[in-house]
Design a protein around this ligand. Structure first.
Ligand code: SF4
Ligand code: SF4
Length: 472
């Protein structure tokens, strides 16, 4: 018998209690410091307990705070990662309808800069038909209960014929096979009209994610049109007209120059007549690689966050998971990121908006075999973060055998959510070594950990405080 290595203890201020969380079982309890002391005794090798102590030990065992042995716990973790990888319950496809974008954000290599849009790929209807056929084959092979199509880009609404076709066709393919279909849309919001939403809702549109990078002035500086005209007012107007039709998530990419404007954005959103229709708000840092090492063609990274325990994490705006950020990598913005993530989550919560708790990140979709990203030419990628670089493509929907794609597939197959350098870290089950795209961009090696442990620690401290307040 041993204490789990995934226990986190947070002593609660002004009381003799401890918040205890296990990042593997996801159990969370508030116990007296005596009970926490039992864990210490178990770790010293004591195994005989009587009366109330024995009952407490039994409860700790049931919730995963005490485990049979370290070996057994490690093998359970391996099984967990294996099952996550092979999970067939869901088939997820993130589809880039185009790499073109109508914004000219400074932090993004995509977008309306120079002649980028002239050469950026756009999916043809012919390719869309081939993608739909590929999805049909995948549905037959995997037989999932649920299928989720995420429309992404570039700006996905710049290719409406393909967006509509794919939503309709996937809905048909799923309905024929008794699979539950769903569509989500990640857009900059400029072209988000009731017509677009009404057209997609019958085919399973269940959520739209729109990015606001700070208050009005800051957003207009961060996310302008090519001529530097602002986009904030138009996006807000669009949100006002669609918020009653579909749940809206607000995302935002902050950096040192914009982060202080987010409380004003939150105040502004709180005053809007659609405030109660906002399903979630989640702000994430722009992760910048040191300039000389910046690989061309990576999409901007943003820490992610999600709403499902042990669910998914993504550093791109495509992500549905939770933000893995903390402080021990070479990333020079870690400390800033950890602190500000916490600050913005608190500010968001203070205004009554739902926001991820920052602890439930989960290994992201790159570790799931049945989550795919498809580029405008039908190239397959392991995650949205690698789509800007063709050499990272791991296959193609037409099954063409090209040695460079096979090589990439072999490289990605070796990606593990258990990184050697993470060692005995308490957060492995909810982190999985962080974002592989961030590791690739910041460290030059996607197999390394992209660590932001400090963010986990402050998120758990926040969760402890809120849990204590809710039971007081
Ligand atoms: S590797 Fe990074 S960008 Fe890719 S899915 Fe995971 S968190 Fe998102
Ligand atoms: S990257 Fe590794 S060491 Fe850092 S928080 Fe995640 S699991 Fe822990």
């Amino acid at each position: 018998m041993q204490p789990s290595r995934f226990n986190v203890q947070v002593p609660l201020a002004d009381r003799n209690d401890v918040f205890l969380m296990n990042t593997f079982s996801d159990a969370q309890v508030i116990v007296s410091s005596d009970v926490a002391g039992l864990l210490e005794r178990v770790s010293r090798g004591e195994s005989r307990f009587h009366g109330e102590e024995a009952e407490s030990i039994q409860t700790l065992l049931e919730h995963g705070f005490v485990v049979e042995s370290r070996e057994r716990e490690n093998s359970d973790l391996d099984d967990y990662f294996h099952n996550l990888r092979e999970d067939t319950e869901q088939l997820r496809v993130t589809l880039l309808t185009t790499l073109q974008c109508n914004f000219a954000c400074d932090y993004c290599f995509q977008g309306d800069h120079g002649d980028y849009n002239k050469f950026a790929e756009k999916m043809s209807m012919e390719t869309a038909r081939e993608v739909a056929a590929w999805i049909g084959r995948q549905l037959d092979e995997i037989r999932p209960e649920k299928f989720v199509l995420t429309l992404f880009g570039g700006e996905p609404l710049l290719n409406l014929p393909v967006a509509y076709y794919m939503a309709e066709e996937c809905h048909r393919l799923c309905t024929e096979r008794g699979v539950k279909p769903g569509v989500s849309l990640i857009t900059n919001g400029l072209l988000l009209t009731p017509d677009v939403v009404n057209r997609l809702v019958p085919y399973g549109l269940y959520g739209v994610k729109v990015t606001l990078d700070g208050d009005r002035d800051t957003h207009n500086r961060m996310r302008p049109l090519r001529g530097r005209q602002g986009t904030f007012d138009r996006i807000i107007d669009n949100l006002r007209h669609v918020a009653h039709l579909v749940p809206i998530t607000i995302g935002g990419n902050f950096d040192e120059s914009s982060v202080d404007s987010y409380p004003d954005l939150l105040d502004f959103l709180k005053e809007q007549d659609f405030a109660d229709k906002i399903a979630k708000i989640n702000f994430k840092p722009v992760i910048k690689a040191p300039a000389p090492q910046t690989p061309k063609g990576m999409i901007p990274l943003t820490v992610v966050s999600g709403d499902k325990p042990l669910g998914g994490t993504c550093m791109t705006s495509a992500g549905a998971g939770a933000g893995a950020k903390g402080g021990s990598s070479v990333c020079d913005s870690c400390h800033f990121v950890d602190e500000k993530m916490s600050f913005l989550r608190d500010e968001t919560r203070k205004r009554g908006f739902p926001t991820p708790d920052g602890t439930h990140m989960g290994p992201c979709e790159i570790h799931r075999r049945h989550a795919h990203t498809i580029g405008p030419d039908g190239s397959l990628y392991m995650c949205p973060g690698f789509t800007g670089s063709k050499t990272e493509s791991t296959g193609h929907i037409d099954d063409r055998a090209e040695s460079w794609r096979l090589e990439a597939a072999t490289r990605f197959a070796k990606l593990s959510p258990k990184k050697e350098e993470c060692g005995e870290c308490t957060y492995v089950p909810v982190c999985g070594g962080g974002c592989s795209v961030a590791a690739h961009t910041e460290l030059g090696d996607m197999h390394q950990a992209s660590c932001h442990k400090g963010a986990f620690e402050s998120a758990v401290a926040g969760l402890a405080e809120r849990t204590a307040a809710s039971v007081a």
